[in-house]
Design a protein around this ligand. Structure first.
Ligand SMILES: [Zn+2]
Length: 468
């Protein structure tokens, strides 16, 4: 068995790994590489020949850094099957259409800029809506815990990763030249005791582990404190008459926030107030959540048994049109506005912030990871004024970080996971992927301190022969 690391090697985006066994080529994920525009375009447009010629793709989950270049892969010539859980397929259908739309808009913008500079020729999008829809025709869905024979001597099974709806770890069981081996790919690993989803599972007898490392050097704040913090921010805007803006990723985070507000209302910890879900994508994703109760944890199943709809608050308004969004923007009332994008770089949240940031009555609650140079990060770093749509906007609103909402395991949770895996078998080697250098190196060191001898941090485009 050989492992190839084509993406998310010494970086957090563009997850793309390959397994070669009994002459079969199996891809694990095909994510979008996100970074500087030029480099991202180049990497996303020219996928490795090895990947294009692969016979199978097993997809861990529907975040775009894991599935976002599937339409590009199919467009570049991949003809194989794509395996995922059913919720991952449904969520990928929404995420890939949204991603195609962004690429089409981006190409139009770049073409316009080229023309203005006196150059000819259109910039083509990485992929179109048509490409995204065609790639969906390759999907075959499988539930958790149902082993599937992929090829001679190769089986795989999905296990619950506890990260987002439908997210799976992939266990590959191979028999090659009379030798058996079990390889576990973590995908993105979630956290224990999180709302909505069940905990990450522990798999037995794992020989090789490919492990994500996003927070390999960090500890999260306690998730249990987040509901209380959110209630405190709601109290504040009720007194000031302002709005609570929550920039949110559409997938998982928006639903988690809705559930938190729902519970706070049900427990009378906050009064009922208007909650605007100002994101058609988050709204559609919330409907997908309702179709997959088989993925819910016990608390959510109990809610469903009581005919309690977990993702609806008492006064939830799903904002559809941009006109409706503008009406919400100027309405004078205490209300919660949940809108994308999660890092305030584009989408309707930017309009809300350009209008509301200069009022001390308002609050912005940052609930997700904010990359460098994004508007979200600038707000967290107390930059004042901030530039929005070419204008300086004074920041007088309260800015607060509620950073216990992460869907990724942190350092203590990653170490716990590996310890549990080791307690149920002889783990020979761990490959650390999907992390920035500092996280990767710290996690490697921490794992070595637990007595685990073989920990690799693969370079981009590296190959490991596990039979050697
Ligand atoms: Zn993810």
């Amino acid at each position: 068995m050989k492992l190839h690391f084509y993406g998310a090697a010494r970086t957090v985006t563009g997850s793309l790994h390959g397994v070669e066994v009994n002459g079969e080529r199996i891809l694990l994920d095909c994510g979008l590489y996100q970074g500087h525009r030029e480099e991202a375009l180049k990497r996303n447009r020219t996928l490795p020949d090895w990947a294009i010629a692969a016979g199978h793709l097993i997809l861990s989950h529907a975040h775009v850094d894991h599935c976002g270049n599937i339409p590009g892969l199919v467009k570049q010539g991949f003809t194989g099957n794509i395996y995922s859980t059913a919720p991952t397929r449904d969520l990928a259908a929404l995420m890939l259409q949204d991603s195609a739309h962004i690429h089409e808009q981006d190409a139009k913008f770049l073409s316009r800029r080229r023309r203005k500079a006196g150059h000819n020729g259109e910039i083509k999008p990485l992929y179109t809506l048509g490409d995204a829809l065609r790639s969906l025709e390759h999907f075959i869905t499988l539930p958790y815990h149902r082993p599937f024979r992929l090829a001679s001597g190769v089986h795989f099974t999905f296990f619950d990763a506890g990260h987002i709806l439908g997210a799976a770890m992939v266990l590959l069981e191979v028999q090659e030249n009379g030798k058996k081996a079990r390889l576990l790919f973590s995908g993105d690993l979630g956290r224990r005791n999180m709302p909505i989803l069940r905990d990450p599972e522990i798999v037995s007898d794992v020989d090789y582990l490919i492990l994500e490392s996003t927070y390999g050097n960090r500890k999260h704040n306690d998730r249990d404190l987040m509901d209380e913090a959110l209630a405190g921010e709601v109290d504040r805007i009720l007194q000031t008459g302002g709005k609570l803006y929550i920039p949110s990723f559409s997938l998982e985070r928006a639903q988690e926030i809705l559930l938190s507000i729902h519970k706070l209302e049900a427990q009378n910890r906050i009064p009922v107030l208007p909650v605007y879900l100002d994101s058609p994508l988050a709204s559609a994703i919330t409907d997908v959540f309702r179709l997959h109760p088989e993925c819910f944890d016990e608390e959510l199943l109990r809610m469903l048994n009581r005919k309690d709809l977990p993702f609806f608050t008492q006064n939830l308004v799903r904002v559809r049109s941009a006109d409706e969004s503008r009406e919400v923007m100027v309405r004078k009332e205490s209300a919660i506005v949940i809108a994308g994008s999660g890092m305030c770089e584009f989408g309707r949240i930017v309009h809300h912030l350009s209008y509301g940031l200069s009022s001390p009555a308002n609050t912005v609650a940052i609930v997700g990871f904010q990359a460098a140079n994004t508007l979200g990060r600038k707000l967290l770093d107390n930059v004042n004024p901030v530039r929005i749509f070419g204008d300086d906007v004074a920041v007088r609103a309260r800015i607060v970080a509620l950073d216990g909402f992460s869907a990724h395991a942190d350092l203590p949770e990653l170490l716990w996971f590996v310890k549990e895996i080791r307690s149920r078998g002889y783990l020979k080697k761990v490959f650390l992927v999907h992390g920035e250098d500092r996280a990767l190196m710290n996690l490697k060191q921490e794992l070595k301190q637990t007595g685990l001898e073989s920990v690799e941090v693969p370079e981009q485009d590296s190959m490991y022969d596990l039979n050697a």
